[in-house]
Design a protein around this ligand. Structure first.
Ligand code: TRH
Length: 375
């Protein structure tokens, strides 16, 4: 059993919501397990809607340039664990303060670089490797690489205690009513994406054929997803221009949801389109058929990452085809977006992946034992 530790998590918001989304989830998870967290973030704006209530024992600290060491009380709460999220570097002043602390009491923090999530094979090879710090006041210390992942030999996935109970108690009808979403028995589909070239094709498919023999009610996430859908309707090609003439497709545009409500959205739907890193994991826990738009990288490295995830999922051919179409640049093959006969297979594969993953230790549990071993 770990005693109460002081964690300092450094988060740089590059773009989108994944960096702060993951860091917040990690911070809140640690705090509910009894630890104290300082979350240093250069742009905390998204937390206003993602986590408006905050969380006991998580202090959000402005990570400013120049660095303001006085923003946190390091003297009375020295750092036990330093986490640099997604390759960002904590400020040298902070490291120097940690080194001073070591000179004073002999204790240095466990220094961890929290990496991006991937199902690729390198993750098992690289997880938990140390790198010796060569220069500066912390020369000679180890920095550890902690890789989230989908197998027992990796850092695992974020999954807070009580998630399955919360899910079991979820009342779909009540939630839809509380959101003001008129539900007439359609298939509910959530859409959280960037700007997939295949989006017009998907909307057309859904409008013509519905899903699983039923009309579709599409619940579109705020931000880029809703702009992308609206841009499709405004498109000069005339595709789907006349929304009132829709046959099988109705659409609701959602406000920005808290992370908890975002979970509820995924639990309420029959099919979830997600993107990035954190929503993918939440969609897995939701256990509903899912389609992932992976964050695109310039060198196309994301395609190998996507394949590795589909392998891990043991995705049936139809789900692979759908993913390839959804992640392609440009409109591509519209027929590949026809998933209406395959939903049962997709459901079965996500369910069994969820089952397997639920039996593994979650990321916080693994992080805590890693820290206990390396202090
Ligand atoms: O926003 P993203 O596309 O973030 C991405 C990825 O993390 C990617 O790996 C990273 O490299 C890139 O940013 C810089 O997708 P992601 O990771 O799913 O994060 C979205 C977060 O937003 C997630 O925590 C859920 C949350 N969210 C809400 O809380 N409410 C909402 O209404 C929505 C739409 C999202």
């Amino acid at each position: 059993m770990n005693h109460r530790l002081q964690w300092d998590i450094f988060c740089k918001v590059i773009d989108n919501y994944g960096d702060i989304g993951v860091c917040w989830r990690l911070a809140a998870d640690l705090a509910t397990r009894g630890h104290r967290v300082r979350l240093w973030v250069d742009d905390a704006g998204a937390l206003q809607w993602m986590a408006p209530g905050g969380c006991d024992n998580v202090q959000v600290v402005a990570w400013t340039q120049p660095f303001d060491l006085q923003a946190a009380d390091l003297a009375s709460q020295p750092c036990d664990v330093l986490i640099e999220a997604f390759g960002c570097d904590a400020d040298p002043e902070f490291i120097a303060a940690c080194a001073d602390q070591q000179s004073a009491n002999g204790l240095k923090p466990v220094w961890i670089n929290l990496e991006y999530l991937s199902a690729e094979a390198y993750v098992e090879r690289c997880h938990a490797l140390p790198s010796r710090v060569q220069r500066g006041p912390a020369a000679g210390w180890n920095k550890w690489f902690f890789y989230p992942g989908f197998t027992a030999a990796t850092g695992g996935l974020l999954r807070e205690p009580g998630l399955a109970d919360r899910q079991a108690r979820f009342d779909r009808q009540a939630w839809l009513a509380a959101q003001g979403i008129a539900f007439r028995g359609e298939r509910l589909v959530s859409l959280f994406c960037y700007e997939p070239g295949a989006l017009p094709g998907l909307l057309k498919q859904m409008d013509q054929h519905g899903l699983d023999g039923e009309p579709v009610h599409l619940l579109v996430a705020a931000g880029r997803a809703s702009h992308a859908v609206q841009a499709t309707f405004n498109d000069k090609t005339g595709l789907l221009r006349n929304t009132s003439g829709h046959k099988q497709l109705s659409i609701s545009y959602l406000p920005q949801l808290t992370q908890n409500e975002f979970d509820h959205l995924l639990w309420a739907c029959d099919l979830n389109f997600v993107r990035g890193e954190d929503s993918l994991v939440r969609a897995l826990w939701a256990g509903k058929p899912l389609v992932w738009q992976i964050y695109p990288q310039d060198d196309a490295a994301h395609l190998a990452k996507l394949d590795a995830f589909l392998d891990l999922l043991e995705a049936p051919p139809s789900l692979r085809r759908f993913h390839q179409a959804w992640n392609r640049v440009g409109a591509g093959d519209e027929a590949a977006l026809d998933g209406r006969r395959d939903l049962q297979d997709w459901q079965a594969c996500v369910r069994s992946a969820r089952e397997r993953l639920m039996h593994q230790n979650d990321l916080c549990t693994k992080l805590l034992s890693f820290v206990a071993k390396n202090r």
